[in-house]
Design a protein around this ligand. Structure first.
Ligand SMILES: C[S@@+](CC[C@H](N)C(=O)[O-])C[C@H]1O[C@@H](n2cnc3c(N)ncnc32)[C@H](O)[C@@H]1O
Length: 440
């Protein structure tokens, strides 16, 4: 069935949304105001899913995607929109989430443009075999089908180069690749992490069991790549689940961490510790955190979900005392190390889940929250209500859980001062949100 459809808006998930005879129709790779002929692919009870079969009236912001496999690979969602328009789409998308999920009518500020290509600090790619040829790529959207990628435009160029050398090496040595359907074979993923400023790279190969021959991969790399790799690790992951890295690492050589520099502070980041994905966007975010927290010499601050301690350490010179809380041992250990190498004597870290350790905190002036995608636990809201900080800064990479949690924070006596956006993930529908809430 083919229908004529006008796209009204883009929703969280990156799909365009139009209405056909009162039925909502979602269309990937469409843009607001476009008139389309849409082939209906799936009819659900409350919505249909379509595919563009012809563009009748194109958006003036539509552009040719850079990547030849843009619609096949699951990595990007917005390459068909000019970059500056992507920023507007993201603002509209967050605004829509706030209104529809939480009845909050507050316009977020426009995100500033950042470097839109080759920006990712971390990448995870999958191995597959096709007719005796091994290839490396990403999962197709919503599937586990591996799509071969030659040069990914959001990966740093050096990541593409390492991937291509590895592809050659796996084929030349005819190494055993994991078969996800049969759950047999061995090698599964390539993981790369890099420091944007200090240029250090961690190279990780993931397999069900250690493959000795992989050690030789480093030898075939050219000197300029070798010089940047500070650690080569093998991660043992026999579990047929989605998680890429386990805690079981074997060191082939070098370290299991790299160093990055931000705001003249140095950070150790271990292979399993979180770090923001886009360096320039992270700089903009931190600059606003420093301004919006209105730091004073008497301030006692809590940095919840503190990771390797970036916010605490950067804020340390401006305030009396900061405590970070982090549940992952590896990030917590990095944070302790980082506070020492940066001489931050007024910073401390506590290992534990925020919802479980907040009981012991009182007399706090300001709180920063930067939870993972699932947002904050109900118990954390309870403690915010009890502690009554003057300012709450809530940073999130998920506008849906952000909207849900913001509503709960408003209900305990706060009001929104600003909502700002940072384009941590150009070419995708993802966006980093920062909300400032003040006590009424
Ligand atoms: C989005 S990251 C933020 C890290 C840090 N603020 C930064 O910008 O580098 C979220 C962090 O929260 C940690 N985390 C997840 N659940 C947690 C919980 N319940 N309590 C404390 N930390 C948690 C994760 O390990 C991760 O380091």
């Amino acid at each position: 069935m083919v229908i004529e459809l006008k796209i009204d808006k883009i929703i969280f998930g990156g799909f365009g949304l139009g209405n056909y005879q009162k039925m909502k129709v979602f269309v990937p790779y469409s843009l607001p105001e476009e008139k389309l002929l849409v082939k209906v692919k799936e009819k659900k009870k409350h919505y249909w899913l379509g595919e563009i079969s012809q563009i009748l009236e194109s958006s003036p912001f539509r552009t040719e995607p850079k990547c030849p496999i843009f619609k096949i690979c699951g990595g990007c969602d917005f390459q068909h929109a000019e970059y500056i328009y992507q920023l507007i789409l993201k603002k509209l998308l967050v605004s829509d989430c706030l209104q529809h999920l939480s009845n909050i009518f507050f316009p977020p500020k426009n995100p500033l443009p950042v470097n839109p290509w080759h920006y990712r600090n971390k990448v995870q790619m999958m191995f597959n075999r096709n007719n005796n040829r091994i290839y490396i790529g990403y999962y197709q959207k919503n599937t586990h089908k591996v799509v071969e990628v030659s040069d990914c435009f959001i990966n740093p160029v050096i990541f593409n180069e390492i991937k291509n050398y590895l592809n050659q090496f796996l084929n030349n040595n005819n190494l055993e690749i994991y078969d996800e359907n049969k759950k047999t074979g061995n090698l599964r993923f390539l993981v790369l992490r890099q420091a944007n400023k200090l240029k250090e790279i961690l190279l990780i190969i993931v397999g069900r069991f250690y493959e000795k021959k992989i050690d030789k991969f480093y030898d075939i790399l050219p000197t300029e790549i070798k010089e940047r790799i500070v650690g080569f690790l093998f991660n043992i992951n026999p579990f047929p689940k989605n998680r890429v890295l386990t805690n079981n690492f074997l060191s082939i050589f070098g370290r299991n961490y790299y160093f990055e520099e931000l705001f003249n502070k140095k950070f150790r980041i271990s292979v399993n510790s979180f770090f923001q994905n886009h360096y320039e966007a992270t700089q903009l975010l931190i600059k606003r955190i420093i301004e919006l927290i209105e730091p004073q010499e008497t301030d006692r601050i809590l940095d919840l979900y503190s990771g390797v301690g970036v916010f605490s350490i950067v804020l340390s010179p401006y305030v009396k005392e900061i405590t970070g809380i982090e549940s992952e041992k590896s990030a917590y250990n990095d944070a302790i190390f980082n506070k020492l190498i940066n001489n931050c004597f007024n910073v401390s870290f506590q290992l534990g889940k925020c919802e479980e350790v907040l009981d012991s905190f009182d007399n706090i002036d300001k709180i920063i929250l930067d939870p993972p995608r699932k947002g904050i636990d109900e118990k954390v809201i309870f403690h915010l209500k009890r502690i009554k900080p003057k300012i709450i800064l809530y940073i999130s990479c998920n506008p849906a859980t952000f909207s849900r949690d913001l509503k709960r924070i408003l209900e305990i006596g706060y009001e929104i001062e600003t909502i700002e956006l940072f384009d941590m993930f150009p070419q995708t529908y993802h966006i980093e949100v920062l909300g400032k809430l003040v006590k009424k």
